[in-house]
Design a protein around this ligand. Sequence first.
Ligand code: BES
Ligand code: MN
Ligand code: ZN
Length: 504
Amino acid sequence: MKVSVVAQSAREVPADLLALPVFQLPEKGWKLPTGAAALDRALSGALSAAIAAGDFRGKRGQTHLAYGGGKVSARRVLLIGLGEEGKLDGEALRRAAGQAVRSAAKRSAKRVAVLAPRTRRIQPPDVAQALAEGAVLGAYTFTRYRTEKSDPPAKSCALLFEDAKARTAAREGVRRGVTIADSQNVARDLSNEPGGDLPPTALAREAAKVAREVGLRCRALGVPELKKKKMGGILAVGAGSSRPPRLIIMEHGRKAKSGRGRPTVCLVGKGITFDSGGISIKPSAAMDEMKHDMSGAAAVVGAMRAVALLDLPLHVVGIIPAAENLPSSTAYRPGDVVRTSSGKTIEILNTDAEGRVVLSDALHFGRTEYKPAAMIDLATLTGAAVIALGSWASGALGNDDALVERVKEAGESSGERVWQLPLWEEHREAIRSRIADIKNTGGREGGTITAAAFLSHFTEGTPWVHLDIAATAWTSKTTPCQPAGATGVGVRLLVEFLRNFRSR
Ligand code: BES
Ligand code: MN
Ligand code: ZN
């Protein structure tokens, strides 16, 4: 999808589908925005007639399709409702652009144009960024495994900005939006890939490929190195599969020599390439979805790609513990005690609580190797997060409320919302083991929190936020910017967080 900013008017822009996002119109005395009004006149009032008939009011998500009929350069004209201007946010703009692109694809329309709404609520570069993101995300399809090709997505999307000064600023926003959304689509591709075709070594190869393309350093620790570093958590979870685990490390920028300069941030992503549950095997219903259990890793790869392309003035390290959780005669078992690289021991009560076990080594590695100013991990960690928050928000927990707050703000502006859950000393007590330091399950009560309490043992002294993306990493519903399947959640959130990051 090629997104550009053009100077043409709505009447003269050549397009197979021209979208006009319109704020909610009052019952009486409504007036179309300038560009749309000129178009309406050229169409002999076809748009205003639809509004007068009550078919279109500009409600959020509402659409009305009209045809150019040779009177204007666009073949089709699609009115899209943005809802009330007073409630406009980036998400409404992303959705509108996504709707334009999807409705174009349905009609095999190749060239899309969108008239950027004029508003004081959001600055032109941010309007452009959101529209570009929506167009690129809305055009996403995962068709690698289809031999019969379905409708190809739209090819291009021209954004119309009427004001010359806004246009220049908008180009910067488009560049950012396209970079971020393309990176989110990279994360979606990784997460959608079947587990059978994406073992830990393949995930490492894909990360290396992305790194090469955008100029990141990248390496992967194999089993001998994991043994040398005593990463017993990653090794235990990976032991049941003939396809060995990896610890993948991607790096942008360098550690500041003195106290000043680029602060270091570590991004850690759970990379279970398939989670059968292991010996504590899962029921077969929906087990196929566990190919997505590396969505945290996918988000980290996607975010690192964007960080490199945007050349953020930070030292950012992506860390991915990758393993396949399978039952076999070599698998780790309930009752085993695992010794992690931090020295802490874990009593395994359930081999299906494997995410926290691989993260123990990855978090310890990030904390000790890089001494980051902040560390954020993303993990499809608990079914309990699906129950607690549903797909409306990712769960956020941490040891630094100010940092959680900054992640929350990034969630609001990126449209990838997070909601904080408490993390208290009492929760840490709930995972104390009788025979080891901690146990890997705390029972059903507060499952998302006790999982985070487990992780907190490996982040002591480092400002840290854990994001449980179990409910947000994939979806069965298709929405304007999101076909069913992997969402690539976390990429927009992380990039927004990092763009605003200053260490304190
Ligand atoms: N990957 C799963 C969590 C999950 C479940 C994500 C459903 C998305 C949808 C994780 O490894 C897991 O199995 N967690 C267990 C932990 C329990 C055994 C303490 C869970 O949540 O049931
Ligand atoms: Mn599991
Ligand atoms: Zn899992």
